[in-house]
Design a protein around this ligand. Structure first.
Ligand SMILES: [Zn+2]
Ligand SMILES: [Zn+2]
Ligand SMILES: [Zn+2]
Length: 418
């Protein structure tokens, strides 16, 4: 039997239109643009929407706000959770002006484009759980080789919630991930744009990308990289660890999330080094939760759903082979504000057996009814037959004040079959 703790869960101010337009051109100082408007600002908006996957090329004049540009603005507003006006209004301009990752948010030909509120998968993944990374250069922005320590650290949030293990190698050909600092057009079809706007990009795993570029991460060395966020002046100094955690997410197969607090959100919003529940759900949808061997016929594994770690935790107990078992989940919770209210709703679930949902859970929090309500009946025990029993602990309000701790327990029942 195995127990498997799954963790808790600028641009250059050129006079000619650039391939990656400076956001300042359609930033907060710009005027509101709408259908029928014309001018250089419209051309920049068109290029921006095209660059990030919101707009395919159309036959209309470059400087005209055509219906295609309008539908691109609507897609952009839906992804970012903005009011869908189809107009380049103030709120949309503010979002457009933020520095952001160079990876596109969607495919302009996708008939069902992603909208606000969920993670997105690229379709690429690594088949091995043992992965290696390599540094092909560094940046002079951070003293010594401090940038390497920061990138090494940025793997940890992903390692904590998956079966993936990461190790450094000195040989590039041994590495899935290669990290480097680049400027301008650096030969991979995705140019950097000087200080501001795009600051980094990461390449999805096979089969989305093939060859050595898959899994690689580039940082724009025209930015000023730092070991901490620049605060109010964040557009001057960028927290490398925040960006590295995000780009590693791409290198592992995640696309941009439309959840505003997720690490995989496209734009830089200041320091954001730990995963949101949405990031955890996304990466576990690809690689599953972490797994470690159990040593006895009685397996217990702990979960925690802390507000600081995304209010989500899961764990898998691997019996090594299909066996009869009794599994149950238990939990306790702590409301740090001491007001037991709706945000105290939690569940501990015997979530899946060999990937199939059991629908067995125990609930906590008065959101599910008063004392004695049928909704408070515990359904936390489950007798089944299988190998991998996955437990899940969830706090329903990820921004709530609730800390929850849970345990999943499995006892094998082979003897009863004799
Ligand atoms: Zn058009
Ligand atoms: Zn990105
Ligand atoms: Zn690159």
């Amino acid at each position: 039997m195995k127990v498997t703790p799954d963790g808790p869960d600028d641009a250059r101010q050129q006079e000619q239109p650039a391939p990656d337009p400076p956001p300042a051109r359609c930033g907060p100082s710009g005027r509101v643009l709408e259908l029928g408007d014309t001018g250089r600002q419209v051309a920049y908006l068109r290029q921006y929407l095209h660059r990030f996957g919101y707009l395919r090329q159309c036959p209309c004049p470059e400087e005209v706000f055509c219906r295609h540009v309008k539908s691109g603005v609507l897609r952009y507003q839906r992804f970012f959770g903005l009011t869908t006006t189809g107009i380049l209004d103030q709120a949309t301009q503010v979002q457009l002006a933020k520095p952001r990752c160079g990876v596109a948010d969607m495919d302009p030909d996708d008939p069902d484009p992603p909208t606000n509120g969920d993670y997105n998968l690229s379709g690429g993944s690594w088949s091995s759980t043992s992965l290696r990374f390599f540094f092909d250069n560094g940046t002079s922005d951070i003293s010594g080789t401090g940038e390497r320590d920061i990138v090494r650290r940025a793997f940890q949030p992903w390692a904590a919630v998956t079966p993936l293990r990461f190790a450094e190698t000195a040989t590039e050909s041994d590495a899935q991930f290669s990290f480097g600092w680049r400027t301008g057009d650096h030969g991979d079809g995705s140019s950097f744009d000087g200080s501001g706007n795009i600051y980094a990009h990461g390449f999805y795993p096979p089969p989305v990308n093939s060859g050595s570029i898959a899994g690689d991460v580039h940082f724009d060395d025209a930015e000023e990289w730092d070991s901490e966020d620049g605060g109010w002046w964040f557009w001057k100094r960028i927290d490398l660890e925040t960006v590295a955690v995000h780009e590693i997410g791409h290198a592992l197969g995640l696309k941009h999330s439309s959840v505003g607090d997720a690490v995989m959100w496209p734009s830089y919003e200041g320091e954001r080094r730990s995963l949101h529940a949405d990031d955890v759900a996304g990466i576990q949808a690809i690689y599953g939760p972490p797994t470690v061997p159990a040593r006895s016929e009685f397996g217990v594994a702990s979960m925690w759903a802390l507000k600081s770690s995304g209010s989500y935790g899961s764990v898998t107990i691997d019996l090594g082979r299909r066996r009869r078992f009794l599994a149950w989940a238990s939990m306790t919770m702590l409301d740090s504000l001491n007001n037991f209210d709706r945000d105290n709703a939690v569940t501990a679930e015997i979530f899946k057996v060999d990937g199939n949902e059991t629908w067995r859970a125990i609930y906590g929090g008065d959101h599910f009814g008063g004392a004695g309500d049928a909704s408070n009946v515990h359904q936390g025990a489950y007798v089944g037959y299988g190998r991998r029993i996955t437990f899940r602990l969830r706090s329903m309000n990820p921004r709530g004040d609730l800390e929850a701790f849970g345990a999943g327990t499995v006892v094998t029942l082979d003897a009863l079959d004799e």
